[in-house]
Each structure stands twice: as structure tokens, then as C-alpha cells.
Design a protein around this ligand. Structure first.
Ligand code: SF4
Length: 319
């Protein structure tokens, strides 16, 4: 079935059973992503960002809702078809070294996807590897290097090259710059932006670095305890943050010199402990920490509301 969106995430939930208890990792999340666009996912550690990214690629199965990739419900299609679609859906992780075999050269690691999918002759594949390395800003000679011989920034470029091997349409970028020196971060972001333009890629960009999320994203979804509490065009969200949680996160950008710790620092400005994802509070899950909480917030869950131009906020009092 044709779809106008590259990806549609509809009312998706994901829970984990941990020592007999249920952890609510993602609750009833919906969004759409178009080709050539970036959705930024922000929120503190444990907010469900990475779990949501994995469910979007069906690296994890959703417990509720559905995910449509190019109109195909990836939770229901046969495994063979899913394997085919997976070529179009890739992920880049925070630590590329962890996903590389230390005994395999970088060239062999990139070539691997072509071998698995029986693409090209040996010399075709080597040419493709060289082309990809050059495209991500590495010399062809990097193909002969082992992971331990490369810097963090070079390794992340290898991670990007690997994600591009099968010419995907969607890439989940999961904290891809968090482990890099600040001086290298912007180079990697610039490379991702260039590749997006060249290849019309859709990105889900997960990061703690709010300034970078603002720079790269077309839209941003803010997650708190597994729920999207605010979702808007990036410019709107930064101009007019309307959920109290988003407001605290964004205020911190100006105050904190180290962007890596923005979210952690921001949370220090919020009163109270982060509630347990094993037993989220009733009503608005942010109410125990919200300076604006009223009685209704303790009992009634705020529904997502469009406060104008697709700016959606889950707060009883947002306007
Ligand atoms: Fe705060 Fe109430 Fe809004 Fe929740 S619904 S964010 S508790 S004001």
C-alpha cells in the first residue's frame, strides 16, 4: 500500500518484564517521518528514546500500536519481506567500535553487507568500499586499518559508511556524537546533513545535545517517562516551548557550558526524584515535579493537544 510518509509510528508502546515487574519504556507514541527530514528525539536517560528508535526499526517488537515503513506494517509482514525492508532501515550507534570486529579490517567490515546480500564481484565491492570511505571523509587506505588504529571521529565515519552500504532510506542516529570531542561533533553533523540532502534520507536523531538537535532537526519530540509530552517543528519548539518539562530542558542550554551534560544539569533544576518507570504516576506523569501542577494534574492524564500549526503538547494548561 503506497504511503505519503516514509515512516508512521502509531500509538506504539513497549514494555519490559524485569524481575516480575513491568517497566513502561514507551507509552502510546505516534509520529510521522518523511523522506529527507529529521525528527529529533530528546529527553533524559531512561526516557525511552533509544527503545523507541529500536521499535521503529523493529529491532524490538512493539507491545502495542504499529509501525508502517513505506506503508508496510513491519510488525506483521513476513520475515522474508522484513529482511528486504531492513536494507532500507539502518542504525548508527554511539560507539561504532563496539559494533566492529577488532580482528576485521575496516574495509572488510564495510564490505560485509555486500557479501551477505551477494552484491557485486570482489573488485566491485572493493570499489564501493573505497567510494564510501571517501564520501565519509576517509582516505581509501583506511580500508586496511583495524578499528583500534582509528580515532573516535574516524570510527564514527566508518559507522556512517557501514550504514550507507545498502543505500537506505531511513537511518536512526542513536547518540552518534555523544562520544566524540566537541571539535569533531559538528564535522560529523555536517556530514550527516550533506548525506541527507544527497540521498533524501529520513533521520531519527536521538541526542542529549539539544543545541545539535535544534540544528539538525525539522521536528522535535520531547519524551518524558516514555511518553511524548511535546512535539513541534524545531523552530516552534525552541521559540515557544510549551510543556513545563521542555521549558526546563531548553533553559539549560544557555546555562550549561558542557552540552554533553545538558539534560542531566537541566534535571537538577527540576524538583523531586524522577518517578520509577515501573510505576509511573497517575494523571500527568510530570505532576510530582511540575511547579505548575494543579489538582486535575494528579488524576487526569492530559491528552495531546494541537495548540497551533501542528505544535502538540500534553499539558492541561498549555496554550
Ligand atoms: Fe504540569 Fe499539570 Fe501541565 Fe502536567 S498537566 S505539565 S503537571 S501543569
Amino acid at each position: 500500500m503506497p504511503s505519503e510518509h516514509l515512516l508512521q509510528v502509531e500509538n506504539v508502546s513497549k514494555r519490559f518484564r524485569v524481575r516480575g515487574k513491568t517497566l513502561h519504556a514507551v507509552e502510546n507514541v505516534s509520529f510521522n517521518l518523511d523522506s529527507g527530514k529529521t525528527l529529533g528525539l530528546v529527553g533524559e536517560s531512561g526516557s525511552g528514546k533509544s527503545t523507541l528508535g529500536r521499535v521503529a526499526l523493529r529491532l524490538l517488537d512493539a507491545d502495542g500500536g504499529r509501525v508502517l515503513f513505506q506503508g508496510h506494517d513491519i510488525g506483521r509482514i513476513p520475515k522474508k519481506q522484513l529482511r528486504e525492508l531492513r536494507r532500507d532501515m539502518q542504525v548508527i550507534f554511539q560507539d561504532p567500535q563496539a559494533s566492529l570486529n577488532p580482528r576485521m579490517t575496516v574495509g572488510a567490515a564495510i564490505e560485509d553487507a555486500y557479501v551477505i546480500h551477494k552484491i557485486g564481484t570482489k573488485s566491485d565491492r572493493q570499489q564501493r568500499v573505497e567510494d564510501l570511505l571517501q564520501r565519509v571523509g576517509l582516505p581509501p587506505s583506511a580500508a586496511n586499518a583495524y578499528p583500534h588504529e582509528l580515532s573516535g571521529g574516524q570510527l564514527q565515519r566508518v559507522g556512517i559508511a557501514r550504514a550507507l552500504t545498502l543505500d537506505p532510506k531511513l537511518i536512526v542516529c542513536d547518540e552518534v556524537i555523544s562520544a566524540l570531542d566537541v571539535s569533531i561533533q559538528m564535522q560529523v553533523i555536517q556530514l550527516l546533513k550533506e548525506l541527507q540532502k544527497e540521498r533524501n534520507l529520513g533521520y531519527i536523531f536521538i541526542s542529549h545535545n539539544l543545541a545539535v538537535v535544534e540544528y539538525i532537526s525539522d521536528e522535535i519530540a520531547v519524551l518524558y517517562l516514555g511518553e511524548v509530552v511535546e512535539h513541534a517543528a524545531a523552530e516552534d519548539l525552541f521559540k515557544k516551548p510549551s510543556h513545563p518539562y521542555t521549558q526546563v530542558l531548553l533553559q539549560s542550554i544557555l546555562k550549561v557550558p558542557d552540552p554533553q551534560s545538558e539534560t542531566t544539569q537541566a534535571l537538577m533544576h527540576i524538583k523531586g526524584e524522577i518517578p520509577s518507570p515501573f510505576s509511573p504516576p497517575p494523571g500527568c506523569t510530570f505532576h510530582p515535579r511540575c511547579p505548575f501542577a494543579q489538582d486535575i494534574c494528579r488524576t487526569k492524564k492530559p491528552e495531546p493537544r494541537d495548540i497551533g500549526h501542528g505544535h502538540v503538547v500534553s499539558c492541561h494548561f498549555a496554550e
